[in-house]
Design a protein around this ligand. Structure first.
Ligand SMILES: Nc1nc2c(ncn2[C@@H]2O[C@H](COP(=O)(O)OP(=O)(O)OP(=O)(O)O)[C@@H](O)[C@H]2O)c(=O)[nH]1
Ligand SMILES: [Mg+2]
Length: 475
């Protein structure tokens, strides 16, 4: 992907989605933004009017194109750090198109996707992590993702990463100094202080890296697999949670063959539920494939909801059989997880056991412990016990969002943090082994480079191009 460095040109774009009616905004940024818009505006404005709205006519030659509200901003106090004019016009497709044409005739070029935000980054208005947060904000479809984007935009995470860097840079500088005086065998860098810093940073990195599973799940939707043998009421439960007849329910075992996915927002958190084919021994080819997919869904899930039938748990033998069955299913999912690599494999699904059909038979009293969990009684058919499931699903996420803890949501950031962690662990090892300052300095520099990629202090151009190209035009 190409990067578009600051080319000194004035760029323009329609900043709100095309639509008929309402107000559309055409945004112009660059050194010629003011003169270009003033060129077809019936009123002029001065620098002292920056940031105030000006009602004017936009003239297309001798004819009036529209009556518009103009909002000028002066560099550097603007979104991009350049002179900007926002033209709030009537949302007719003709006016929108014609105004853009006039801008281009006057010397603007159309902005590329994300170019406004990219210019803001290049002018130091926002760092890279904050710029990415703007993209996340635009794409946020539910309250949880929105909360995370706003937190990242506010810069707390950036500030923390920046403070890690500053502390490491201090030692880097001292170590370089030491190297310069290498022959004289002097130690400028305080080894004990450096060690304490490494321990502290490694513990902070641990917390940030550990937050990724939760952060990503909130940002992308938490995957939940509904699992269990045929006829336990998996599809009935999905329908009950969604409050709609999404999946086919029938008394015939083996009704669901494929994975049925549906999203649902609970307490502002998006969950992606998957109803799956019942687990059983079978020779039916389609069903075998369905079961393979069921296990595949469960291995990538954050929660596995496993259904038992109350009628099967009325005797000690029934309870023992249930225990064996659950352990077997867990082993099966664990085997499948073994095939996953790295970060994905790190997150173990949380199992929620449910005793369904308690309208047909009572749940054992007291509730048994099966495979280390206490199953919760429900009736999917009569919609009993659903609130407890929702509570169990949402508790950790709402707590994480309500705390002031930083949650890492972006895979790029996570990889940079992991890189920094590896480098700092190596530095600690080198330090403890009594290695010379130049060797420690290498690890220290590597950690700095990894952290620098998060905020954009150190960033290859191709990466920038890739990040900003994922934005929409006009942002
Ligand atoms: N009485 C009662 N019947 C239920 C309950 N939940 C499900 N059923 C019934 O159990 C049968 C099977 O329900 P499904 O939801 O299709 O079961 P499933 O687990 O999806 O089954 P497969 O798709 O075959 O794996 C249907 O006749 C449902 O009406 C419940 O809580 N109480
Ligand atoms: Mg089903």
């Amino acid at each position: 992907m190409e990067i578009h460095p600051l080319d000194g040109q004035t760029i323009c774009a329609l900043s709100t989605p095309h639509g008929v009616g309402g107000i559309a905004v055409v945004r112009v940024s660059g050194p010629e933004a003011w003169p270009i818009v003033q060129g077809f505006s019936s009123r002029s404005w001065s620098k002292s009017q920056a940031g105030t709205a000006i009602l004017t006519q936009i003239n297309d030659g001798s004819a009036v194109l529209d009556e518009a509200l103009i909002l000028p901003f002066a560099a550097p106090a603007s979104f991009t750090g350049e002179d900007i004019v926002e033209c709030h016009i009537h949302g007719s497709p003709y006016i929108q198109r014609r105004l853009l044409e006039m801008m281009i005739e006057a010397g603007c070029r159309m902005a590329l996707p994300g170019e406004f935000t990219q210019r803001a980054f290049l002018h130091g208005k926002r760092d890279l992590a904050q710029s990415e947060a703007i993209g996340d904000l635009i794409h946020a479809e539910h309250a949880g993702a929105h909360r995370l984007a706003v937190a990242q935009l506010s810069g707390g995470f950036s500030a923390e990463v920046q403070s890690f860097r500053e502390q490491l840079i201090e030692f880097a500088a001292l170590m370089e100094l030491e190297l310069d005086f290498g022959e004289e065998d002097v130690e400028f860098a305080d080894r004990k202080g450096y060690r304490a810093l490494l321990i502290e940073l490694l513990s902070r990195l641990d917390a940030l890296i550990g937050s990724f599973a939760t952060g990503r799940a909130i940002a992308e939707g938490v995957p939940v697999a509904i699992l269990g043998p045929p006829n336990r009421g998996k599809s009935t439960l999905l329908n009950a949670l969604l409050n709609e007849q999404r999946a086919i329910v029938s008394a015939t075992p083996g009704t669901t063959r494929d994975v049925i996915e549906q999203s649902l927002t609970l307490s502002g958190i998006r969950f992606r539920f998957s109803d799956t084919a019942g687990l059983r021994e079978t020779v039916d080819e389609i069903e075998i494939e369905g079961i393979r997919r069921a296990i595949g869904t469960a291995r990538a899930a954050r929660f596995v909801i496993y259904l038992l039938d109350a009628r099967d748990l009325q005797s000690p033998a029934g309870l023992e059989a249930a225990e064996r069955e659950v352990l077997e299913a867990q082993a099966e999912v664990e085997r499948a997880r073994g095939e996953l690599d790295g970060a994905e494999h790190a997150v173990q699904p949380h199992w929620i056991l449910l005793i369904n059909k308690t309208d047909l038979a009572p749940a054992p009293d007291p509730l048994p412990v099966i495979a280390g969990c206490t199953p919760q009684p429900i009736s999917a058919e009569e919609r009993h016990g659903l609130a407890a499931i929702e509570q169990e699903l949402t508790a950790d996420f709402t707590a994480a969002l309500d705390s002031s803890q930083t949650l890492v949501t972006n895979l790029r950031h996570q990889q940079a943090l992991l890189g920094a962690q590896t480098a700092l662990k190596a530095a600690l090892k080198a330090l403890d082994a009594g290695l010379s300052g130049d060797l420690i300095a290498v690890d220290n520099r590597a950690a700095l480079a990894h952290l620098g990629r998060i905020t954009g202090a150190i960033t290859p151009d191709d990466l920038l191009g890739h990040i900003f190209a994922n934005f929409c035009i006009g942002k």
